[in-house]
Design a protein around this ligand. Structure first.
Ligand code: AHR
Length: 504
């Protein structure tokens, strides 16, 4: 029996657009052990003089994360940012109503800004538009970004930070359409508040860029009217609209689960259409971009979270242990972001450490890479440059949730500077390898630099502190001859094929 075959044509001239590196961003919320026990643990043997875990810093650096959203998430909608600045001994302990925990405020905006610098990233700051509003938001911009000579900027200096943090990207609240959100609002209420907050924040610092809240997920009953209404109010003031989406394999139906990136694709297309509708209605010349600032798999920890004692400090919340099939879905989601590189300019894998995260830690102990770490690492490392628009022909399947699902999900990225073409591909077929034949004729004198594969016999295999069962392997099976690349993509696999110009 011969393997099913898929074809691709990759042409340098057929471009989607320049990839904004910020699509490889992530997110750290004051939630569970993300901050305390994750990035910050002063008593840990590998903590630096500021209390940050250097083993975690090393893993985050390896990922090359360009932007990190902070401090929430649901947490931000009840947060007083002033609690987290100034002398640590005077910072209050507060009830965090979003996650029913106690927040010690030992880490706040200044410490996080320092940590972000250590991991060579930049901060994306969210303001509280749940319990608070314009005043707290504009003060925070002044505290973080104003050079000095005003009340809040001088307070930052008094707190030991003479230089402004110069935070460029700001989120106008979080998931304000959701009833679970503290200070949940209607689209009209939120739209007006966001527009006024945006205007005022930009008066403090005209260099900032703003993200307005879109829907919490595409299944919200108010989607996409929420986007249309909030944008009617905010279109002229903001630069991006947010999208959030998580998937889970709750019915253990892997063919449907792996097809969820089709839903993500539809979600992105609908938000683009809504932005462009408002643009047309307003006769605007401005093009709004998308910030997919929460995306991932989230379901493994749901049951365990129900049993967690409320009002404790840094409990192990949302600690999903990811398996191999989760890494495949994450791969297809990354490819989906690349397919929309012209409109999606920011995206944040939610989250980064311990909480639905690629990196896990033990309190006082080890740090390790979950399965989903690897597709994220590969795309962040090799997916820089121009997203090309390959013509793809793939056999398809039907499943309970979707029809016409291509077995092959793929994207091609051309890095002009390095003269490298990288093909990312997922074979969704659970029983058979897929013979990929890719026409790369325009790339003359290219050779295969490296072919990396993430595969495992057991779709449910996981990585632990003790054992890394799921990790990429180098393979030799990719052959490039006469402008044709042939690769037998193993069943259920994530593939990275790197081509580079032969040295002259
Ligand atoms: O990332 C976990 C939570 O998911 C965030 O706090 C919230 O914004 C979303 O619902």
């Amino acid at each position: 029996m011969t393997s099913p075959q898929a074809k691709m044509v990759v042409d340098q001239e057929h471009k989607i657009g320049e990839i904004d590196p910020r699509i490889y961003g992530s997110f750290i919320e004051h939630l569970g052990r993300a901050i305390y026990g994750g990035i910050y643990e002063p008593d840990h043997p590998r903590a630096d003089d500021k209390g940050f875990r250097t083993d975690v810093i090393q893993l985050v650096r390896e990922l090359n994360v360009p932007i990190i959203r902070y401090p929430g998430g649901n947490f931000v909608s009840g947060y007083n940012w002033e609690d987290g600045v100034g002398p640590r001994s005077r910072r209050p302990r507060r009830l965090d109503l979003a996650w029913r925990t106690v927040e010690t405020n030992q880490v706040g905006a200044n410490e996080f800004a320092e940590w972000v610098r250590q991991v060579d990233s930049e901060m994306m700051m969210a303001v509280n538009l749940g319990t608070r509003g314009i005043d707290a938001a504009r003060n925070l911009v002044e505290y973080c970004n104003h050079p000095g000579g005003s009340y809040w900027s001088d307070l930052r200096k008094d707190h030991g930070y003479p230089e402004p943090h110069r935070i460029k990207t700001w989120c106008l609240g979080n998931e304000m359409d959701g009833s679970w959100q503290i200070g949940h609002k209607t689209a009209e209420e939120y739209g007006r508040l966001a527009a006024e907050a945006a205007k005022t924040m930009k008066w403090v610092d005209p260099a900032i860029e703003l993200v307005v809240c879109g829907s919490s997920n595409s299944g919200m009953p108010t989607f996409p009217q929420w986007e249309a209404t909030t944008l009617e109010h905010t279109y002229d003031e903001v630069d991006y609209i947010s999208l959030h989406q998580y998937y889970g394999n709750r019915t253990d139906d892997t063919p449907s689960y792996l097809a969820n990136s089709l839903d993500m694709d539809r979600f992105i297309r609908t938000v683009i259409a809504t932005c462009d509708f408002v643009k047309a209605k307003k006769r605007s010349k401005k093009r709004l971009h998308l910030s997919f600032d929460e995306w991932n798999v989230w379901y493994h920890s749901n049951e365990a979270d129900q049993k967690i004692e409320p009002w404790t400090i840094a409990p192990p919340l949302l600690e999903d242990v990811y398996n191999f099939e989760d890494a495949l879905l994450v791969g297809t989601m990354l490819i989906t972001l690349l397919k929309h590189a012209d409109r999606v300019k920011i995206a944040c894998l939610a989250q980064l450490v311990n909480v639905i995260a690629p990196i896990m830690t033990e309190n006082g102990g080890r740090a390790w890479r979950q399965t989903i770490y690897y597709p994220y690492l590969h795309v962040s490392r090799y997916g820089r440059g121009i997203a090309l628009n390959p013509a793809i022909t793939s056999p398809k399947y039907d499943c309970a949730e979707y029809t016409d699902v291509p077995y092959l999900e793929s994207a091609a990225v051309y890095n002009e500077e390095q003269e490298e073409l990288t093909i990312f591909a997922v074979n969704r077929h659970l029983e058979e390898s897929l013979l990929l034949e890719c026409d790369v004729r325009g790339f003359e004198n290219y050779r295969v630099i490296e072919y990396l594969v993430l595969k495992h016999q057991d779709l449910k295999a996981v990585n632990t502190a003790q054992e890394e069962r799921v990790k990429p392997q180098r393979c030799e099976e990719a052959v490039l001859e006469d402008g044709r690349l042939k690769v037998p993509l193993p069943k259920a696999s994530w593939n990275v094929i790197r081509l580079g110009k032969c040295p002259s």
